[in-house]
Design a protein around this ligand. Structure first.
Ligand SMILES: [Zn+2]
Length: 443
């Protein structure tokens, strides 16, 4: 018998560890332990400052900060920067080139030489632009509706509330904590590597990243956090075909661009569907001529029913959980495109935007610390959220470099819709958990 491959053995052990961790976390059976004296005081400080945090949240939500309203994004940034300054952080604004038409980002940092170096991620912008008819702030007891209340000014305020409690007790002294609040999360500037340079630079100086996008619950209603988010990118199918009188279709003149595009799309649907992989075909323009304007997200076509169509253009997205799954999907899609019908040619190109945040053992361990802190504070265990069910987010740019956890923000719903709302109690709950997590990670 051959010697077993040592790399295989390590991988197998890792798999066992991951699946044990996953099942322990998924079961949600975290045993609560007592908080230390410091931790009890920390929780009390969070509770003491919660009313102030809610006022700060309202002030920041009342400033419109649609991604395409840079002045508003900067104003929210200045409001939060003053809060960071008061907590002993050094803040600065990172500008991006004017051609990108984005506001830039807020960076805040405190440095020291003890414990893990923690990166906290938020965003200042919302999907609601200046002309949005959605009322910015409507309070209704335990719930607030408004622009960006849970996505994600609530999360930003949770960060500040947790840090305030830690700073009150001197627990940030000698610790390294960085916060990057981006100004264009909802519509990231281009080129993307320039748009995310500041975030990536901060991640390279950190050991863990905590992102405060909206909190979620799993199907059983248990509080969940995000250990993986799918990559998202785009694809563009361009078909060109021989044209001619429609009477000649299927014969000497071939099948035309529309049948070829349909063949490709149908083959994608029949052959590629698998868990955690989606590829939405979003727009089709086809005819004798077909044009698409990416800036306007609009297309135009010209053609006649008695003419074999020459052009077809299809645009779609591609979402996957691991780099390997993405590469395999792209390869199979390319192979399908290559089998063009007679008289046609398909060209398929891909664009990358968000890299995947794979559910790594490091991310699971981070969740375990978070879940334990939550249970110890009497707030119950936190389970992993199914990665396939979450959209893309900024944490994905840093997940390749550091252990990462997302979904530590405010609870609510209806993100990106006129019905976006926030569960007010989730601000205090989120800040208690975050303060304990940061405390434990930096010890
Ligand atoms: Zn968001």
């Amino acid at each position: 018998m051959k010697n077993p491959n040592p790399i295989r053995q390590v991988l197998a052990m890792l798999l066992v560890t991951v699946s044990a961790l996953t099942s322990a976390l998924t079961s949600g059976l975290t045993q609560a332990q007592a908080l230390s004296t410091d931790e009890q005081r920390l929780v009390a400080q969070v509770r003491r400052h919660t009313p102030d945090a809610l006022k700060l949240l309202e002030r920041s939500v009342l400033i419109n900060s649609g991604t395409l309203n840079p002045a508003g994004v900067r104003e929210v940034g200045a409001l939060y920067a003053a809060e960071f300054d008061a907590l002993g952080f050094k803040t600065h604004w990172v500008d991006v080139p004017a051609a990108m038409k984005r506001a830039g980002h807020l960076v805040a940092e405190r440095t020291g030489d003890q414990g893990k170096r923690v990166l906290l991620i938020g965003h200042l912008d919302t999907v609601f632009e200046k002309d949005s008819p959605v009322p910015p702030w409507q309070s209704n007891g335990g719930k607030v509706r408004g622009q960006g209340v849970s996505d994600m000014k609530g999360g930003d305020v949770i960060v500040l509330l947790a840090l305030r409690a830690l700073n009150d007790l001197g627990l940030l002294d000698g610790r390294t904590v960085r916060a990057v609040f981006t100004g264009d999360e909802e519509r990231v500037g281009s080129p993307i590597d320039v748009a995310r340079a500041a975030l990536v630079a901060a991640a390279r100086q950190s050991d863990v990243a905590l992102a405060f996008e909206g909190a979620t619950r799993d199907e059983q209603g248990r509080d969940a956090a995000t250990i993986g988010r799918r990559a998202s990118g785009g694809w563009h199918l361009q078909v060109t075909a021989r044209t001619g009188h429609s009477a000649g279709v299927f014969g000497r003149d071939g099948y035309g661009a529309v049948y070829e595009a349909a063949r490709v799309l149908n083959a994608f649907r029949e052959q590629l569907i698998e868990p955690d992989l989606t590829f939405n075909a979003a727009t089709v323009v086809a005819g004798t001529s077909a044009n698409w304007d990416d800036g306007q997200s609009q297309g135009q076509a010209f053609g006649k029913t008695n003419v074999i169509p020459r052009d077809a253009q299809v645009r779609g997205d591609l979402r996957y959980l691991t780099a390997e799954q993405g590469a395999k999907a792209r390869e199979r899609m390319q192979a399908i495109a290559e089998q063009a019908l007679p008289g046609t040619r398909s060209r398929l190109t891909f664009s990358e935007s968000y890299p995947p945040m794979s559910p790594t053992p490091g991310n699971l361990q981070l969740l375990q610390v978070y879940s334990q802190a939550s249970a110890d504070a009497g707030l119950g265990a936190v389970v992993p959220f199914p990665p396939g069910q979450r959209g893309a987010g900024d944490v994905q740019f840093v997940a390749p470099f550091v252990d990462s956890l997302d979904g530590l923000g405010a609870a609510g719903g209806g993100a990106h819709t006129p019905d976006e709302w926030l569960e007010v109690a989730s601000i205090e709950r989120g800040a208690v958990r975050a303060a304990l997590l940061i405390y434990r990670l930096t010890r």
